[in-house]
Design a protein around this ligand. Sequence first.
Ligand SMILES: C[S@@+](CC[C@H](N)C(=O)[O-])C[C@H]1O[C@@H](n2cnc3c(N)ncnc32)[C@H](O)[C@@H]1O
Length: 288
Amino acid sequence: MEVMPPLRLAGSTLFEGHALSVLQSLPSESVRCVVTSPPYWGLRDYGIEGQIGLEPTLPQFLNRLTRIFSEVKRVLTVDGTLWLNIGDSYTSGNRGYRATDKKNPARAMGTRPPTPDGLKPKDLIGVPWRLAFALQDDGWFLRSDVVWNKPNAMPESVKDRPIRSHEYLFMLTKSERYYYDHDAVKEPADGGVGKRSRRSVWNVNTKAFSGAHFATFPPELIRPCVLASSEPGDFVLDPFFGSGTVGLVSQQENRQYVGIELNPDYVQMAASRLQGLRSNVLRLAVYG
Ligand SMILES: C[S@@+](CC[C@H](N)C(=O)[O-])C[C@H]1O[C@@H](n2cnc3c(N)ncnc32)[C@H](O)[C@@H]1O
């Protein structure tokens, strides 16, 4: 494996490369907050070598992500926090592919993993919780499961279960004590008078970003994570940067950001979305 010289973070930077290899080149304890959404298991073929999400078995997928997040842990400050969003999926019953869902084209995909050992056709896999437990076993403190409720969730063509209208956002920390700005993320109290401590169900509409063929973060999902877990000037990292929403919110909140993205097309998309970034795109070798 190619060994990179250690990098110094001199300001907001977008790296084109594999999350693991770029993370391995970043200095220890250099970012205060990580907000990210890795590719979901078996949902989408991003058509690029080294991509996460097409591992043939669920344990392989979980192991690969756990390895990447252990490198994230090294890069986090001792009082740092990881906010992790990951979607769930249903077993395919070994159909091998899933046709386009007319009502929800974003769910179409060209590939589908086999049914994991011990599960049955139509089972909800529980990927988010399996990953959360794997990270807990790897030393992370699992501090909160936030339910991201999507009031504008797309309909699905199913008639034998509730339409899925939420995802999880896990709050994981490197240490038992960590930075959390409780006041910065208060929410309106019932009846709209005054404020109260933030609850664990967040209502945030999904918002498509034109040009992206994958689920992008709505900025209002990211903002409380950035405000609670970093201070102005701190570095905020997203190792699966996509269209760069974490960079955008970090910029708006006067934080610096570090983005890592494997797909050069998405790197360009994010770069043109973030003002002043074009001259600061570092290209690194891609290896899987
Ligand atoms: C769910 S999307 C992230 C979207 C992002 N949160 C946004 O708001 O646009 C996952 C991203 O991970 C990228 N990706 C897949 N495998 C990767 C890898 N090994 N290293 C870095 N990025 C990777 C994909 O290209 C995709 O852009």
